[in-house]
Design a protein around this ligand. Sequence first.
Ligand SMILES: Cc1cc2nc3c(=O)[nH]c(=O)nc-3n(C[C@H](O)[C@H](O)[C@H](O)COP(=O)(O)OP(=O)(O)OC[C@H]3O[C@@H](n4cnc5c(N)ncnc54)[C@H](O)[C@@H]3O)c2cc1C
Length: 340
Amino acid sequence: MSLRLRATKKIPRGEEYDVVIVGGGPAGLSAAIYAQRFLLKSLVVAKEIGGQLNLTDSVDDYPGLGRIRASDLVNKFKRHAEMFKATIYYPEEVTGWERLPDGRFRVKGKRGLDVYAKAIIMAVGSVRRKLGVPGEREFAGKGVSYCSVCDAPFYAGKDSVVVVGGGDAAFEGAILLSGYVKKVYLVHRRTEFRAKPFFVEVAKSKPNIEFVLDSVVTEIKGKDKVESVVVKNKKTGETREIKVDGIFIEIGFEPPKEWFHKLGLETDEAGYIKVDEWMRTNIEGVFAAGDCTSQWPGFRQVVTAAAMGAVAAYSTYNYLVEKGLYKPQKADVGGTIFER
Ligand SMILES: Cc1cc2nc3c(=O)[nH]c(=O)nc-3n(C[C@H](O)[C@H](O)[C@H](O)COP(=O)(O)OP(=O)(O)OC[C@H]3O[C@@H](n4cnc5c(N)ncnc54)[C@H](O)[C@@H]3O)c2cc1C
């Protein structure tokens, strides 16, 4: 069997699918694997394959795989979806859909995608907010991280790191990192915190966490990797250069809230698509999975995204059965072994 991804280069136009999955990250590809296993005819449409995994080097917390290069993990997801014959179309950006009088969705994309779907799974992820300072882009993945939970173990035994932010993620990150690194600087632009008081108390009780308040990071410096961070006190104007091995930017996510609202999807205050425990949105026949949802806020991982994708596919299958719309595809996977 070919190792090539079954990516279709012919623009899908006019075809009908049981489900169109928007997004080719862990949530979307996991949804595709499960949808195909439920014998649904599914189409994955994605701007690119891999999502946020394309922004990191290694992953060492996906069960069963140990430490793996992120690009290899993406390939494994892709090949697995291929094994179940999911159709994947990229690069394409879904612009929206309309609901037709017969209940189906007409889904359109920027490059000409125009297909019909009985159901939709939104798995479009979310973008981590950036500081926008010199050095940030240059050292991304070389000491600049946006995910303490993901990357803290890579800093075991290091001298010091900076964590930026004042919310739960920043505090959780600082507390976690204080167990791995000798010194953690928590830089926050105010003196008040959005984080839960409990996290603040725990962080304050750690002797190796130093609070640098009323301050902002103005530059990230280094040669091949991060070596120091310049911090400016907003009140006094004083600047200080802190020697560090890394900087963790934990200042939140930016889900495409306005687009979700335009589509009629209900979101929480932060802009994540509201889902119930079965990944159902407020629109019948539209499900959502992964980092774009309100599920498990503050804990956004490959394993949680993949889990949500699987649940969304299962719910799609149940929805189609309940509506009398389930017409199983011919099962032609027959005993294929994944590792080749
Ligand atoms: C630097 C970094 C390091 C990380 N390290 C780890 C780690 O070690 N372990 C871990 O578990 N997690 C890690 N994560 C988090 C993990 O990558 C995410 O939680 C996970 O990728 C979320 O999967 P997702 O499928 O929900 O979204 P994403 O990965 O964001 O994928 C979204 C997909 O939707 C597509 N898309 C968006 N809009 C459209 C549209 N309009 N039309 C078509 N396609 C669209 C995108 O192209 C992409 O394919 C890390 C994240 C970052 C940024």
